[in-house]
Structures are given as C-alpha cells and as structure tokens.
Design a protein around this ligand. Structure first.
Ligand code: AHM
Ligand code: MG
Length: 333
C-alpha cells in the first residue's frame, strides 16, 4: 500500500465522518509546515548560529534561548495569515497574539509551547513543540485572555512535534493517537505509528529525583515504594529515565508505557507545579488519555481543571493507568 502522508490522513479523516472540519485540517497542515521550519533550525544548530541564549526573558522570568524565540516567531508567521486561528497564545508571550487586521480570523484559538525542553538545545538532546487547539467562543471577534481559559476537555486537536533522532508529529482529534515520521528527502510527515496505545502497567518512571526532599508526602511515599523494588510493596523492580524534555518523556510513554511526574514543589508553595496547564498539562493529558492512559494533578483529572490564568502552572502525573491510579490514590489519603 502507498504511504499515508499527514495531508492524506487528514483529508481522509475529513471525508470519513465529518469530525474534522476543513479549517481545522488547514490549521494542522499549517502547524506541521511550521514545525518543519523549526526542525530545520534545530537540526542546523551551531551551523546556523542558533544555539545559546537570546538575552531576553519570558513572562515567567525564564531566560529565553535563541531557538525559543525563533520557534515562536515561525509559529506566529505561519499561522497569522492562514485564516484558521482567531488568536494565538504562547508560553513565550505574556498576552494573547491578535491576528493582524489585514488577515481573516478563524474559529480556533491556537496555544503552543514553541520549544519545550529548551534547556536541552545546547547539549543536542531532543526538544519538541506542543500545541493545544480550542474553539473561540461564539460571537467573539477579538478574543481576550478570558476566552482562552477553557478546561482541557474542550480541546479539539493537539499535535506535538518531537525533534529527536527522528522528527515525529503525533496528534489526536479525540479518536485515537497517530504518529507520523518526517521523511527528510520528501519533506513530508508519513504515518508510521497508527493507533498508539499506552500499556496499562509499566516498570518505568520519570521524575527529577534531585527535588525529592521538596515533594509532598504522597509523592515521596509513591517514589520510595518504586525504589524499594522486589522487596517493597510493589514487588517489582522499576527503571528510571529523565530527559528533561516533556515531549520526549510523553513520547516514550506512548511507545512503551511509564509514568511521568512533575509534582508541586515546597520551595515555592504558591506555585501548583512547574509545568504550564494550557501549553503542557492539558494537551499532553489529552493525548495520554486518548492512548488509554490517565493524567491527573495528583488530586483530579488535569483536563477538568478550570484555568484561572493563561500561564497557570500545574502538577502533572500522566502515564500508564495502573501507576497514575496508585499515586493519585495516595494524594486522596
Ligand atoms: P520549558 O518549556 O521551559 O522547556 O520547561 C519545561 C521542561 C519540561 O519539558 C521538562 O519536563 C521540565 O521542564 C524539566 O525540568 P527540570 O529542569 O526541572 O528537570
Ligand atoms: Mg515547555
């Protein structure tokens, strides 16, 4: 059978059951094209002079890398004229980005983390881009921050791109998870991983162990039990991985199972976690759920949290169902 490119997959999906409107298909195609441009810069690295600090900070007070800024600009440029988004929001920008007056506005709100895991750029380890697509509320022509504050359950599409040994785009529209590998010679994403599923049980976990002393008691208990191996209450040995790129960790979990944790941290009690609900928590929770996994903030389903601000933080526990149920159960006690 001939290869199924992302374009063909999207067109066939649109024809099949009408669940993928034409303008949403166009939005995904545009996002995929932009990711190829980001991929090009990521691959060139030092050859294109794109490594290192940009010398600026983002709204969260984090130092921006040159590639954070480049990826953000590529995404704004690619999407502003296409007619599908009504507005955009980015982890790297304080306020929503409004579509310039000369271009038509569409029905969607596009949110993104332009370059996730950017601490890995300069050391040549995988990074990624995460998107979440929401519907613009009916009758709103100039979306404000409040219009973006929808729970994850209202998402209509989410792709992420992983710039790793292979560049992949993985997406869901709410009917399963499908992975495409970038064929560099042909310049197209090709369906290589249809119907990705997260195994229910696992022997692998991911957490930044250096923060252990700052975690809440339920997380300490859970991880201590994993570390106890065959002698502990879990009765099996667990393996640990930490890439420091959430996209890479979620991709590993979608491929062979596991649990990823970024819990709340006692060093900054005002922050409910490090990762961002709208750009990281919600889209990754949805894709994990769509593949049969589960994602909570320790206490509740991430996707049911009502956001109160665009750059809200959240604790995240996405992964294989069995493990997420156990660690979530410990929080309830
Ligand atoms: P970023 O979006 O600024 O790159 O930060 C998010 C990243 C995640 O991809 C990763 O899981 C986490 O930060 C790593 O944090 P730490 O450096 O504390 O281990
Ligand atoms: Mg990020």
């Amino acid at each position: 059978m001939s290869r199924i490119t992302l374009s063909r997959f999207l067109i066939e999906q649109q024809r099949r059951d009408g669940t993928l409107p034409a303008d949403l298909r166009l939005l995904i195609e545009t996002v995929a094209r932009a990711c190829k441009a980001i991929n090009f810069s990521v691959n060139k690295g030092a050859l294109a002079g794109v490594l290192g600090e940009a010398g600026t900070g983002n709204v969260q007070g984090e130092a921006q890398k040159k590639l954070d800024v480049i990826a953000n600009d590529v995404l704004l440029d690619a999407n502003e004229w296409g007619g599908s988004p009504a507005a955009m929001a980015s982890e790297e920008m304080e306020l929503p980005y409004h579509i310039p007056g000369e271009y038509p506005k569409g029905e969607y709100l596009l949110l993104f983390d332009p370059l996730d895991g950017s601490s890995n750029i300069d050391v040549n380890i995988s990074v990624g881009t995460i998107f979440s697509v929401l519907r613009c509320p009916a009758g709103v022509s100039h979306p404000s921050e409040a219009d973006f504050l929808q729970p994850g359950t209202t998402q209509v599409a989410m792709p992420y791109t992983l710039y790793g040994p292979q560049t992949m785009l993985v997406l869901t529209f709410g009917n399963g998870v499908h992975g495409f590998t970038l064929d560099r010679e042909f310049g197209s994403f090709v369906l290589t991983h249809p119907d990705m599923r997260v195994p229910e049980s696992t022997k692998e976990f991911a957490i930044n162990m250096s923060n252990m002393r700052h975690w809440e008691a339920p997380v300490q208990r859970y991880v201590n039990e994993l570390l106890a191996g065959t002698d502990g209450p879990r009765g099996k040995d667990f393996n640990m991985r930490w890439v420091a790129s959430m996209v890479a960790e979620v991709h590993r979990i979608l491929t062979r199972g596991g649990i990823f944790m970024y819990p709340r941290d006692a060093r900054d009690p005002a922050k409910p976690g490090k990762l961002r609900l709208m750009y990281e928590g919600n889209p990754m929770a949805w894709i994990i759920e769509q593949a049969g996994g589960m994602a909570t903030n320790g206490y509740q389903r991430i996707m049911e949290i009502q956001p109160s601000k665009l750059h809200e933080r959240v604790a995240v526990f996405p992964g294989s169902r069995e493990e997420v149920e156990i660690v979530t159960g410990y929080h309830a006690k």
